[in-house]
Design a protein around this ligand. Structure first.
Ligand code: PLP
Length: 444
């Protein structure tokens, strides 16, 4: 009996009782290796002493002070920390409580920016199919995750979608990876021209696509071309690094690895590593100054923005990442995990692609490797894998609808940055058994 409106109204998940490094221990004492960081959140595992201490110390000082009245030290320090490391030109941080809030703030700021510049015909956001930007109505509207948005389509703002950069499925045989990337990037220019640049606010994209398509890495040169197109047409580049950012791909900001600087950037998940709910919207000096010198006020806000305890936790997380040189571990263990997965699943006829960057890895499942035909969606292979993995004591993040919201399946892995070699082996072994078990259950 529960009074909680759980994610599934039909089933009850186990109770998480405590954290122990990369493991979650349930109320029965069973241990689960967190190979997905929940949903790419828990980058420092579940019991980092420095973060726990920072939260306790902040609570002893002050838990909360509304930002309509006060600023606070952890908020200021965290903003300084992020801006010192952010891409060139990004100078200001708007601290919120999660990823959807960060994306909503980004969309509204982009709109207000052009409004203050008196470019008032601008109203369109362009994004990509097979992307996810959050579940609030604005973020859901720009997102291209059909499975999540279809039901709510009648109440979503109108937005535009172009092709994802999804080379495994969409690159033509006669095309190099680079040529493919430029072809799909150029769809942005075509769409801007169709709509009229004077009507377009911004282009929204995840540098590495997360949950919807499973760690899809952009082709080389893709984002540079996107940046050029945005500049040519006076359209803002809004990057959503809620899942792929804050070190997950081996760089603090994923866009660094593609050599581009956005105008607005959203981060969350790894920012506070799950120790506290926090997200952030970062923007360029140009955008901030336009607001400052115009109305002087961003017409937005949430009660818990800039929350001192959340900021203290996030600051501690970010300091630990540097002190323990964890981005190097992300790159090192990411390469090792990729290699071990390739060895384990290399001959599996139902594994079509293993891809990703750093400790952000996707495994795409297929019915047939050479034709890339997806598995029958009715098999619900992703749900079976998740269940089998939990039985094995492994958390991973399998999803269906990889290709178009209905067809295709993948497994997303996003383990903590503190993972060691033995745990890499444990992930591969347990995942191997879970996939085999799910296939057997599905009659494959
Ligand atoms: N953007 C991306 C890329 C995400 O992956 C997510 C969550 O998975 C969000 C936005 C929404 O974040 P939240 O669930 O914290 O609201």
């Amino acid at each position: 009996m529960t009074h909680v409106f759980h994610r599934s109204a039909k089933s009850l998940p186990p109770t998480a009782a405590r954290g122990d490094g990369c493991y979650i221990v349930d109320a029965d004492g069973k241990r689960y290796l967190d190979a997905s960081g929940g949903a790419a959140v828990s980058c420092l595992g579940h019991s980092h002493p420095k973060v726990v201490q920072a939260i306790k110390e902040q609570l002893d000082r002050i838990a909360f002070a509304h930002t309509g009245f006060f600023t606070n030290e952890p908020l200021e320090k965290l903003a300084d920390h992020l801006i010192a490391r952010a891409p060139d030109g990004i100078e200001y941080v708007y601290m919120v409580s999660g990823g959807s809030e960060a994306v909503e703030a980004a969309l509204k700021l982009a709109h207000q920016y052009f409004d203050e510049k008196k470019q008032r015909s601008k109203r369109w956001f362009i994004a990509r199919r097979q992307s996810y930007h959050g579940n609030t109505l604005g973020a859901l509207a720009v997102g291209g995750n059909m499975w999540r948005r279809d039901q709510f389509a009648p109440i979503l703002i109108d937005s535009q979608h172009i092709s994802p950069a999804y080379a495994y499925r969409d690159r033509r045989d006669d095309e190099s990876l680079e040529a493919y990337g430029l072809r799909v990037a150029d769809e942005l220019e075509t769409r801007i021209e169709e709509l009229g640049a004077e009507n377009v606010i911004g282009f929204v994209a995840e540098p590495v696509v997360g949950a919807t398509a499973g760690a899809v890495v952009p082709p080389p040169g893709y984002f540079k071309r996107i940046r050029e197109i945005c500049d040519r047409h006076g359209v803002l580049l809004i990057l959503d690094e809620v899942m792929c950012g804050m070190g997950r791909t081996g760089a603090l900001f994923a866009c660094e690895q593609d050599g581009v600087r956005p105008d607005i950037l959203a981060v969350a998940k790894g920012l506070g590593a799950g120790y506290q709910p926090i997200g952030a919207m970062l923007c360029s000096a140009e955008i901030f100054e336009t607001i400052r010198d115009g109305s002087g006020f961003f017409q937005h806000g949430h009660t818990y923005m800039g929350h001192p305890t959340a900021c203290a936790a996030a600051l501690a997380v970010q300091e630990v990442i540097e002190e323990e040189n964890l981005l190097e571990n992300v790159r090192d263990k990411g390469a090792k995990l990729m290699e071990r997965l390739a060895a384990r699943f290399g001959n599996d006829p139902h594994v079509g692609d293993i891809r990703g960057r750093g400790l952000f890895i996707g495994i795409e499942l297929v019915a047939d490797r050479s034709s890339k035909e997806p598995l029958d969606p009715a098999l619900q292979i992703h749900a079976k894998i998740k269940r089998q993995a939990m039985e094995e004591g492994l958390m991973c993040y399998p999803m269906g609808g990889t290709i178009d919201g209905k067809r295709g399946n993948h497994i997303l892995l996003a383990p903590p940055f503190i993972i060691d070699d033995a745990q890499v082996e444990e992930i591969v072994e347990k995942l191997g058994r879970a996939v085999d078990g799910a296939k057997q259950e599905a009659g494959l």
